[in-house]
Structures are given as structure tokens and as C-alpha cells.
Write a protein that binds this ligand. Structure first.
Ligand code: NAD
Ligand code: TYD
Length: 331
């Protein structure tokens, strides 16, 4: 089977490619990735000879036509993904997340695809005080990242209903694990702690996310390629709702660093208080995640500790410039 994986050089995409190579030796995999600041061929180093890599933009018709030629399955991970960046400048979010998904869907109309998996996010629902969102809950995105993801999510659904593109939409909760770009909460805090730098906790640190290990997210997507119903949307959740401050404390504790490294800083504008998903629909179909959050977080902290050669070059380059801007507006 020919499978096109967009955004395969990013965090979740590269973990998915690694899983696909391991679990599906019969798949012929093409990765289409623009290699933005978040894309990194080092993430694919161990599987590079098992895939075809095409550098290109999902918003560019020629790039997409070439990459999708002969594909039966498309999994669209490509996106601009960091909420804080979308607050500073949302241009690339609209271009990639909305326009890019549009170009993929338009091209998919001309190809005999069996599945088009649109990787959406739980952030499209917005924040919830109590209870959990089901797939039927209204969308209420509250920052430019989640709004552009919501645009892509509904566009994908429209191409199913209007043009019969074989779309399945997934909305997953916050991922953690190896190869996550160290601007995101967990890898930022681990690597800052390792460097003896402060850990900038937004607001009162009591915001809640439902964390899922990236391997579980990838396993769920793989499961849905085989078992998902066309036109359906599936929440994917870890079932691990944790306050940010608890994670920050676990990180400094495991690394033997003082709690004084954790510093409350000015809150992120429009900061969603709590994300919570009801993943019963996926469970009824037959898939549930592993539940050992503490153990998986420990493994993740250990991975960043033993992979300095992966994150140090990232943190010393473009990253510094971004943080200068970010801290100037936030601290
Ligand atoms: P990431 O930022 O680590 O990786 C994104 C990848 O997309 C990079 O390799 C980048 O180079 C590539 N890319 C960006 N613009 C592109 C373009 N125009 N054309 C081709 N490639 C492009 O992101 P991630 O955390 O791995 O997220 C992957 C997907 O999963 C995204 O769609 C995101 O919205 C979704 N998601 C993420 C999470 C999470 O917690 N990280 C949770 C739910 C859903
Ligand atoms: P993040 O990894 O940016 O994901 P999300 O898309 O859910 O916002 O952030 C996860 C949580 O951590 C979120 O509540 C914001 C918080 N956070 C901080 O407190 N400090 C930080 O430096 C970052 C990046 C995030």
C-alpha cells in the first residue's frame, strides 16, 4: 500500500513513520515535509532508507500532486502547531493549516484514495470547566492555532460530504514523548531544567491538559486507518488530566533540581483552562491507550536526558531568536 505522510519530519509524524516502518513493512511510504523550523530530518535518521522523502509544501499544488501520485492513504500531520507562535504571528498557521489542507483535499479529489486521515486536535473544542467533550460537542477554538485547525477539520468534513473524499478526522489530546520540539511545555521544561534555566509556568500553573504518549496517539491513528468509518470523527485521549504545575514538579524532582527553578510568569493570552475529551467512541471501536502517565513521563525525561545531541543544536539556533521575542512579550 502506498501511504503519504505529510509533516513526517515533525514530532508526531516522525514517530508515526517509525511505527509504520516497523508494523507495516509492506507500506511504501512517502513523507512530504516543508522542513520548517519544526521539521528535522534527524527525527527520521533511523528510517531514512525505508521511506521516500520529498521536501515540499502542502500548500503547493505541484508538490502535493507529485507526492500524492499513486497513494492510497494520506495521513495529514503537517501543520504549524505552537499556540504561542500563533499569538505572535498567525500568517503561516492560516496558510499551512487551512490552505495546505485545502490543497491536499482538492488533490485527493483527483486520486483514488482509500483513506484521508485529517489529524485535527482537541483544541478545536476550546476550554471546558467540567465534564468532557464528545465528538458532537460544538467547536469553540479560542486562539489562532486552534481556529486554523478547526478550519481544516471542517474543510476535511466538507470534502467528505460534498466530494466523497474518504476522510476520517482525529482529535487528539496533548502529546508527549521523544522528538518533540523543545518549545512545547514538557520538552521545554525538561531541557531548561537540564540547562539549569528557569521553567516559565504560565499564570497560576493550574491549567489542565489531558496527556497522551505519542506512541499511543500513533497506534490510535494506525488503528483508525484500518478500522475507522469514513466521514467519522474520533477523539483520542490519554485519560491523564494533570495540572501543569504537577508536571513541572515531577520534572525538577526526577532531575534533582530545586523547585525554585519553576517561575510563574505572565499568562498566555486566551489561555485555555482545561482540555478534556470523552474517547468512548474510539474505545467502543476497540482501541484504548496505556494508562501509566507517571512511568511514561519518567521515560520521556530520561530520553531527553540521554539525547542532548538531538536538542542542544535546536536550542542554540533559531530557537534563541524566538525566545527573545517570546520572553519580551510575556515575562
Ligand atoms: P510539529 O510542529 O512537531 O511538526 C509539524 C511538521 O509539519 C514539521 O515537520 C514541519 O516541517 C511540517 N510542516 C509545517 N508546515 C508545512 C507545510 N506547509 N508543508 C509541509 N510540511 C509542513 O507538530 P506535531 O506536534 O508533530 O503535530 C503534528 C500534527 O498533530 C499537527 O497537525 C497538530 O495539529 C496535531 N496535533 C498535535 C498535538 C500535540 O500535542 N503535539 C495534539 C493533537 C494534534
Ligand atoms: P503547550 O505545550 O504549548 O500545548 P497547548 O497547545 O496545550 O497549549 O502547553 C501546554 C500547557 O503548558 C499549556 O497550558 C500552556 C503551558 N505552558 C507553560 O506554562 N509554559 C510554557 O513555557 C509553555 C510552552 C506552555
Amino acid at each position: 500500500m502506498r501511504v503519504l505522510i505529510t509533516g513526517g519530519a515533525g514530532f508526531i509524524g516522525s514517530n508515526f513513520v517509525r511505527r509504520a516502518v516497523r508494523e507495516h513493512p509492506d507500506w511504501q511510504i512517502t513523507v512530504l515535509d516543508k522542513l520548517t523550523y519544526a521539521g528535522n530530518l534527524a527525527n527520521l535518521a533511523d528510517v531514512r532508507d525505508r521511506i521516500t522523502f520529498q521536501r515540499g509544501d502542502i500548500a503547493n499544488r505541484d508538490d502535493v500532486q507529485k507526492a500524492m501520485d499513486g497513494a492510497q492513504v494520506v495521513v495529514n500531520f503537517a501543520a504549524e502547531t505552537h499556540v504561542d507562535r500563533s499569538i505572535l504571528w498567525a500568517d503561516d498557521f492560516v496558510k499551512t493549516d487551512v490552505l495546505g489542507t485545502f490543497v491536499l483535499l482538492e488533490t485527493a479529489r483527483q486520486v483514488k484514495l482509500e483513506r484521508f486521515i485529517q489529524i485535527s486536535t482537541d483544541e478545536v473544542y476550546g476550554s471546558i470547566e467540567s465534564g468532557s467533550f464528545t465528538e458532537e460537542s460544538p467547536l469553540n477554538p479560542r486562539n489562532p492555532y486552534s481556529a486554523s485547525k478547526a478550519g481544516a477539520d471542517r474543510l476535511a468534513f466538507a470534502y467528505f460530504t460534498t466530494h466523497n473524499v474518504p476522510v476520517i478526522i482525529t482529535r487528539c489530546s496533548n502529546n508527549f514523548g521523544p522528538y518533540q520540539y523543545p518549545e512545547k511545555f514538557i520538552p521545554l521544561f525538561i531541557t531548561n531544567a537540564l540547562e539549569g534555566k528557569s521553567l516559565p509556568l504560565y499564570g497560576d500553573g493550574r491549567n489542565v491538559r489531558d496527556w497522551i504518549h505519542v506512541d499511543d496517539h500513533c497506534a490510535a491513528v494506525d488503528f483508525l486507518i484500518a478500522n475507522g468509518q469514513l466521514g467519522e470523527t474520533y477523539n483520542i485521549a490519554g485519560g491523564n488530566e494533570v495540572e501543569n504545575i504537577e508536571i513541572a514538579r515531577a520534572i525538577v524532582k526526577q532531575l534533582g533540581k530545586p523547585e525554585s527553578l519553576i517561575q510563574l510568569v505572565k499568562d498566555r493570552p486566551g489561555h485555555d483552562r482545561r482540555y478534556s475529551l470523552d474517547a468512548g467512541k474510539l474505545a467502543r471501536l476497540g482501541w484504548t491507550p496505556r494508562r501509566d502517565f507517571a512511568g511514561l513521563l519518567r521515560d520521556t525525561i530520561a530520553w531527553y536526558t540521554s539525547h542532548e545531541s538531538w536538542w542542544r543544536p535546536i536550542k542554540s539556533g533559531e530557537f534563541r531568536q524566538y525566545y527573545a521575542q517570546q520572553y519580551a512579550s510575556r515575562v
